[in-house]
Ligand binder design. Structure first.
Ligand code: ZN
Ligand code: ZN
Length: 369
């Protein structure tokens, strides 16, 4: 069972940090915490965390697994230390490895956010849908109800910080007395320690389980949108609040329709006779095929607008974009003899002066045919 670690917080970078940002942050922290240069008692453990975070975030494949599944996605990775080993037990007893929980001292740390990549069809994105997501997640341990303490026992206040989650040290400097407040190294800012850990979760307060979650995808969602579902991420260790689940939506392209926001575009091609005399064409829509009239005398590039057949507005209910049919007129490039004769006869009647024959290829084909 993996203890969830917030590698982004450990390196102090944003979730969207580039490789260069990650490397830069790691170098800076490594210089500060490397046990060779830093004699602090905490330095070795801290350096180990920083190094582990870097091993994950600097590797695109590991980082992807971590982003989607949290630490659980890295379980069994021999290069990522700590899971199920000594560090795991240590973290479970002393408050997680999310680094200093600045601003959250004395309160249980929140669980990690999760990301789920969801692929849907073009039509599902336009009309909305419901999907069942199945994913592994760290949930509250049922044996100890998340406390991490063996049933019948209780978590006790940390003896080093008396449950405050922070320690103060006073230094005399040239500028006078300086008070330094840091997260308690023993409980990592949690304020509590478990003396008799729950046997099911080994004191972490969480167990891994499969979650089946039905989510509603609203009409009008688009590629790259994220749906945040609060409280569906991992729960925090020892009763900490749950993080959020981010559903990243990926929309498959449509074979014939193009989308721009709430507007849909379809390119139709008609022949010169159809453009001149008018015709009916079949237009694909998200509700199925539709028969559309092309009026006599339609010019190339003419737009036929099917009002309200585009994409519903994501936030304004009842408002929906249009489907724009752009009519292209194809001028034939290879004519049979009969076609050419017919066009010449048309040119005679309309008084258009045209070149004598077809191209050389047409003449060869006529000779062969
Ligand atoms: Zn438990
Ligand atoms: Zn403490």
């Amino acid at each position: 069972m993996a203890t969830t670690k917030d590698y982004y917080a450990t390196l102090g970078v944003e979730r969207g940090a580039t490789d260069a940002d990650v490397k830069k942050a790691f170098r800076k922290l490594a210089q500060q915490w490397h046990p060779d240069v830093n004699q602090d008692a905490e330095a070795q453990a801290r350096f180990k965390e920083i190094n582990e975070a870097y091993q994950v975030l600097s590797d695109p494949e590991r980082r992807q697994r971590y982003d989607v599944f949290g630490s659980a996605g890295l379980e069994g990775d021999p290069n990522i230390g700590g899971f199920g080993g000594f560090a795991d037990i240590f973290d479970a007893f002393f408050g997680g490895a999310a680094g200093a929980q600045a601003g959250r001292r004395g309160r249980p740390a929140a669980g990690s956010d999760l990301r789920y990549d969801l692929r849907i069809t073009f039509t599902e994105a336009v009309l909305g849908t419901e999907k069942e997501l199945v994913f592994p997640v760290l949930g509250r341990c049922e044996t100890c109800d998340g406390s991490g303490a063996k049933p019948g026992t209780q978590a006790v206040a940390c003896t080093q910080c008396n449950g405050r989650g922070e320690v103060r040290s006073v230094r005399q400097t040239m500028l006078g007395q300086m008070v330094n407040v840091t997260a308690c190294p023993r409980c990592h800012g949690n304020g509590k320690m478990v003396e008799s850990p729950c046997e099911t979760c080994r004191g972490d307060g969480r167990t891994e389980r499969r979650r089946n979650l039905r989510v509603t995808i609203p009409p009008g969602i688009d590629e790259g949108h994220q749906i945040r579902i609060s409280n569906e991420g991992e729960v925090g260790p020892r009763g900490g609040p749950a993080g959020s689940l981010y559903v990243a939506v990926h929309v498959a392209p449509h074979a014939q329709l193009k989308r721009d926001g709430t507007e849909l575009y379809f390119e139709a091609t008609v022949g010169i006779a159809q453009a001149a005399l008018g015709t009916r064409i079949v237009v694909p829509t998200v509700e199925g095929e539709e028969d559309v009239e092309v009026k006599p005398g339609t010019q190339p590039g003419t737009e036929i607008r099917l009002r309200g057949r585009g994409v519903p507005h994501l936030r304004r209910t009842g408002s929906r974009g249009d489907l724009h049919v752009i009519v292209d007129v194809a001028v034939p490039t290879r004519l049979s003899k009969a076609e050419r004769d017919a066009l010449k006869a048309y040119a005679d009647v309309s008084g258009e002066i045209v070149a004598d024959g077809g191209g050389i290829l047409d003449r060869v084909r006529d000779a062969l045919g």
